[in-house]
Design a protein around this ligand. Structure first.
Ligand code: NAP
Length: 500
């Protein structure tokens, strides 16, 4: 099982020890990143393992390798020498490991490490993605006896991640190694460290003023509670969600993994931030992802890759669920079901016959809403920034439509029993804003906001203040996810889990 190693990036050793106390019972070892320490603290690194009381790694990472250290090789050597030199190491704890780069070759340090029982992690940081000659790089790195090779790649896309899994397919004959993909695209390599044969997975502390040593590092609590890091085994079935960079913040892993856990299934669901669909499909085949969710911006881009589509996918023109069956990819859409179920619960109505509704947006979410509203018998108007997309979507169902022009104000006045907000304006970490700033709520409208993070968007705040009934997209997320769970597993989502 990959050990969880907490990466400490405080500017003082006291700060690092305080951060460790927060996570002591959740991690197996710690890495002291001496390159983050103030110069005066560097004299005290030797005392760290004793104070930490956990197996410790000493690392002094140069800027060129993604670290902070720029005091020169001479000073770096002195830090390693001081960190290692313990004549009375029988009674006091030494560093268990030092992490030194492939081009650091100082025999006296390496000899001292061996003498004091400190293992050497020999690392190569590929900051521009995976190099073309990765096979020979890894061969050289892992050729040194007594050393643990480490490959850290800042993934420039999912094809780098795919190449990392290819490299370690079937093992490489080396029982100990450390492998990590950095950056947003490398996220899955952290959760799947065990699958890559990595002996450890780096985690970072969270809190004000604390920065992760490498982008994409997870907090130990998330690794343990959402991704079941202590239980996960390389043979488990894999599921995931394909999306843009923001998919790292998706709630879907929490929902699906809680379901797997409650049913005792040896399955894991994780986000795959992707630069495109193609490299994800290649990775999915390599690591045998059984089924996956699809979110922004790939719900339409996934269509050409599907071997078969459900009637909803054909009607809506977007797919949010893919199940692999041997080499076939079968596409479904559970967004329309999720929206319809939650909307009916929100309005307390089974049929929307006679209800006049506006949808703002014409993307994947809006298409699912249009399909559901049409099925429920509502009269609808589509308003969208790109007029052609509004027109195209409206014409499928015989709805009215408008661009963001003066006509939109006149239109919404006629279709305002229900307003469905289906643009990303107001989304957490996004561009913010209110897509309806030109519209004054009367108080009689019901507003269905598809966004669920943040729980209240600016347009929700304004509508609520005017006296409207308002809801966000959390209920839709849950309803579409539980339908997805059944497609993934053939089982009902456990009732014992209260999704709120
Ligand atoms: P999408 O396919 O990318 O479509 C986005 C829509 O928003 C497009 O119609 C786009 O207009 C419009 N838009 C984007 N930026 C805009 C701006 N600055 N001003 C005005 N309009 C803008 O995205 P989607 O999948 O439909 O998702 C839309 C939102 O719904 C997202 O926030 C997503 O998280 C949410 N959603 C939630 C759930 C759920 O389960 N709760 C499910 C699906 C979607 P153009 O056509 O002009 O580009």
């Amino acid at each position: 099982m990959a050990k969880i190693c907490l990466c400490l990036t405080g500017s003082t050793i006291a700060q690092d020890l305080a951060a460790l106390e927060q996570y002591r019972d959740k991690v197996d070892m710690v890495e002291l990143r001496a390159d983050y320490l103030e110069p005066g603290e560097l004299f005290h690194v030797r005392a760290f393992p004793e104070k930490a009381g956990l197996p410790s790694i000493l690392t002094v990472r140069r800027r060129s390798d993604g670290g902070q250290f720029d005091l020169g090789e001479g000073v770096r050597l002195v830090i390693f020498a001081r960190g290692l030199a313990f004549a009375d190491s029988d009674t006091r704890k030494n560093f268990s490991y030092i992490d030194i780069e492939y081009d650091f070759d100082i025999p006296s340090i390496q000899e001292a490490a061996r003498t004091f029982g400190t293992r050497i992690i020999r690392s190569k940081h590929c900051m521009q993605g995976i190099p073309a000659n990765i096979d020979s790089v890894w061969r050289n790195l892992s050729a040194r006896p007594y050393e643990i090779p480490k490959l850290a790649v800042r993934a420039t896309g999912l094809s780098d991640v795919d190449a990392m899994f290819r490299l370690f397919e079937g093992g490489d004959g080396k029982s100990e190694r450390v492998v990590v993909g950095m950056g947003e695209y490398g996220f899955c390599t952290r959760v799947l460290a065990e699958r890559l044969g990595s002996m450890l997975v780096y985690a970072s502390a969270s809190g004000e003023g604390i920065e992760p040593a490498a982008p994409g590092q997870l907090e130990p609590e998330r690794l343990l509670s959402i991704y079941r890091a202590k239980a996960y085994k390389a043979e488990w079935d894999l599921y995931g969600i394909l999306g843009g960079p923001a998919v790292i913040h998706s709630l879907s892993p929490e929902i699906h993994n809680a379901g797997f856990s409650a049913l005792g299934l040896e399955s894991l669901y994780l986000p795959f931030p992707a630069d495109d669909v193609e490299p994800f499909i290649s990775l999915a085949r390599r690591i045998d992802i059984k089924a996956f969710s699809v979110t922004v911006p790939y719900k339409e881009k996934i269509l050409p890759y599907l071997s078969r589509r459900s009637p909803e996918v054909d009607a809506i023109g977007a797919c949010n669920t893919v199940v692999r069956h041997v080499s076939e990819l079968i596409g479904y859409n559970t967004d329309a079901h999720g929206f319809s179920a939650d909307l009916r619960a929100f309005l307390g109505m089974e049929s929307l016959a006679g209800v006049k509704a506006t949808i703002i947006g014409a993307g994947g979410g809006a298409k699912a809403a249009a399909y559901a509203l049409s099925s429920l018998g509502a009269h609808v108007c589509i308003i969208n920034r790109s007029m052609s997309k509004a027109k195209h979507l409206a014409e499928v169902y015989g709805f009215e439509w408008s661009g963001l022009t003066e006509r939109a104000s006149e239109m919404i006045e006629r279709y305002n029993d229900l307003i469905v907000q289906a643009t990303p304006l107001g989304l957490e970490g996004g561009q913010g804003g209110d897509p309806l700033e030109w519209y004054e709520f009367s108080g009689r409208e019901a507003l269905y906001e598809m966004i669920y993070a943040p729980p209240e968007t600016p347009v929700m705040r304004r509508a609520r203040a005017a006296g409207c009934r308002v809801t966000n997209g959390l209920g839709m997320l849950h309803a579409q996810a539980t339908a997805q769970f059944s497609l993934f597993t053939g089982l009902d989502y456990p009732r014992s889990i209260h999704l709120a």
